[in-house]
Unconditional design. Sequence first.
Length: 165
Amino acid sequence: MKIALGCDHAGFPLKGELRTAIEAAGHTVVDCGTFDTAPCDYPDVARSVAEAIRSAQAERGVLVCGSGVGAAVAATKVRGIRAGVCHDCYSARQGVEHDDLNVLCLGARVVGPALAIDLVRTFLGATFSGEERHVRRLRKVADIERESTETAASQTTDRVSSSGD
């Protein structure tokens, strides 16, 4: 499987260990940055990972920032991305099996390297169940995503139209 891997400066020290573990498990890494510890903004890297998945350059993604939360918030703004912060193996597995999670977000200031590697292995080893109840719920999530995108586009059009007066 191709895995988009990205981090901000806080996640950079952990990124190399995760890359090694991902490749050791037989996967290919698509490196979405960052490439050093210079301060950078997690939304930029989250977008790169999410777009790699949307464009089929990768099937799943792993994002690492200080807490994992910022990366998850940013990644889920990209249509079709289901990102979650998982700091335990149950959530990393269940997130894929039930929610078809496609981006795992980790907090480098929350979990150590050994746990982070276990979380990535668990996430990558899990498969969506395809059970009807989970498919039904995912359809509802997709409906929310579509409806909120349509509403936002309509509101933008309204603001642009009224600003020309």
